[in-house]
Design a protein around this ligand. Structure first.
Ligand code: SF4
Length: 375
C-alpha cells in the first residue's frame, strides 16, 4: 500500500463538477460537523466557501481550533542552503540545471560558521537544503553537516532529493528529525512536463518518499504542492489526503503542510504560473486545512509578504520561517550565489518575534529535541 494507490482513486474524480455544484449551504453544513470527512474537506475548498459570511464562519472555527490544539504559539525556523547544485530541470526553478548561475557548496568549516551564526540569531530549528544533486551532495556529506549543526541547534529538518530507506535511516541516526518534500504537483499527467529530466522526473519515487521518512522514525514530515502549477483546490485536497494517509498509518509522526506559492526565480525564461492563486485562495486553503485537520501543523514561508503572513497567524498557521536566505550559506557571511527564488518577507528573528508578540502569540524557538540514544 502506498499513497499512490489512494491518489489513483481520486485521479478521475470530477473535481470541477463537484465544485460547481457545491453551494454555500453545503459548506456551512460540512463546517458544523465535528469529525470532517474527505468529502467535507473538498466542500470547504469549493468556490462557494469564498462567500464572505461563509469564509468568516470558517475563519472563526479555524481560529478556535488553532488555539485549542497549539495554544497561542508560533514556531520559528530558518532555512540553511548547503549547496545549490542540481541534476533536475524543473521548469519553474532558478536552480534548474540548465540555468547558468553560480553554483557552490559549503565546506564543513563553513557549515560550522553557519551553525554558530544561526545559534546567535536565536533559532533552534533549521531546515537544510541542498538543491538535488546526489553527486555534489551525497548523503554522507549531509550526515557530516548534520553532525556539525547539531552542536548549535536542536532540531534539523532535511529538504533534499529522494533517498533510499537506508539513507533516511542513516541521516536519522546522524541527528535529522524532520523531513520536507513538496510533490510540486499531484497531477501525474502534468508532472513529467514540469520535471522533464533528472531523477525528480520519476513521479512515483517522489510521492513515496514521505512514507520512507515516516518509516525511518522522523518526528515531523512536511508535505506540500507548489501552488500555481495546477488548480490549487485540487492540489490542496490531494495534499490533505496525503497527510491523512500518513497520519493514519504513522501516528508517531507529526504531519505538517506548507502552502508555497510560486515566486519569480532567477535565470532565463522565468516560469509564469499556469494557474492564478490569490491571497483569498491561500486564506481559504489554510482555514479549510485547520477545520478538517485540527492537529496538522501549517507552515507559511517567506514567499509571502509580511502583512499577509501576519494576517494568517491565528487562522491556522503554526510555523513561520525567519531570517530566510535562499542563497547558499548567508547566515555567517554575505551569500556569494543567486537565490532559489525571491523572498517577500526579509524580517530577521527579532523582527519576526516582535510581530508574533504583537499578535498576542508567543514565538517558540525550540519545541522539540530528540533524546540522545545514550540517554
Ligand atoms: S526545484 Fe529543486 S529539484 Fe527542481 S531545479 Fe529547483 S532545486 Fe532542483
Amino acid at each position: 500500500m502506498s499513497y499512490y494507490e489512494v491518489y489513483r482513486k481520486y485521479k478521475t474524480f470530477p473535481f470541477q463538477t463537484f465544485f460547481q455544484q457545491t453551494t454555500a449551504a453545503d459548506v456551512l453544513r460540512a463546517l458544523q460537523k465535528g469529525h470532517k470527512s474527505p468529502r467535507d474537506f473538498l466542500t470547504l475548498l469549493s468556490p462557494a466557501a469564498q462567500e464572505p459570511q461563509v469564509l468568516e464562519a470558517m475563519a472563526q472555527q479555524a481560529h478556535r481550533l488553532t488555539e485549542q490544539n497549539f495554544g497561542r504559539t508560533i514556531t520559528l525556523f530558518t532555512p540553511l542552503y548547503l549547496a545549490n547544485f542540481c541534476e533536475n530541470a524543473c521548469v519553474y526553478c532558478g536552480f534548474n540545471r540548465h540555468n547558468t548561475i553560480h553554483r557552490s557548496k559549503l565546506t564543513l568549516a563553513e557549515v560550522e560558521e553557519e551553525g554558530r551564526a544561526i545559534r546567535e540569531e536565536g533559532i533552534r530549528h533549521i531546515i537544510i537544503l541542498t538543491g538535488e544533486s546526489r553527486a555534489a551532495t551525497p548523503p554522507t556529506y549531509m550526515a557530516d553537516c548534520v553532525r556539525i549543526l547539531k552542536k548549535y541547534v536542536d532540531s534539523i529538518c532535511i529538504e533534499v532529493y529522494s533517498l533510499t530507506q537506508e539513507e533516511y535511516q542513516m541521516l536519522f541516526e546522524a541527528g535529522v528529525d524532520g523531513f520536507t518534500m513538496f510533490q510540486e504537483t499531484y497531477n501525474e499527467d502534468l508532472y513529467p512536463t514540469l520535471h522533464p529530466s533528472g531523477p525528480k522526473h520519476d513521479y512515483r519515487t517522489r510521492i513515496d518518499s514521505p512514507e520512507l521518512a515516516c518509516r525511518a522514525g522522523y518526528h515531523t514530515v512536511n508535505l506540500g504542492a507548489l501552488l500555481g502549477l495546477d488548480d490549487w483546490r485540487k492540489e490542496t485536497f490531494l495534499t490533505g489526503m496525503h497527510a491523512l494517509y500518513l497520519m493514519n498509518r504513522y501516528p508517531g509522526t507529526d504531519c505538517a503542510v506548507s502552502l508555497p506559492r510560486i515566486r519569480p526565480c532567477v535565470g532565463e525564461g522565468c516560469y509564469r504560473p499556469a494557474c492564478d492563486v490569490q491571497d483569498a485562495d491561500i486564506v481559504q486553503a489554510v482555514v479549510a486545512y485547520r477545520c478538517c485537520f485540527p492537529r496538522l501543523a501549517i507552515t507559511m514561508s517567506t514567499r509571502e509578504t509580511p502583512d499577509f503572513r501576519d494576517h494568517l497567524m491565528g487562522l491556522g498557521v503554526t510555523k513561520l520561517s525567519a531570517g530566510s536566505i535562499t542563497e547558499v550559506g548567508g547566515h555567517a557571511h554575505p551569500p556569494k550565489t543567486d537565490g532559489q527564488f525571491e523572498i517577500s518577507d526579509s524580517r530577521g528573528v527579532a523582527e519576526m518575534s516582535a510581530a508574533i508578540r504583537a499578535h498576542g502569540c508567543q514565538p517558540v524557538y525550540k519545541d522539540w529535541e530528540p533524546l540522545s540514544r545514550d540517554a
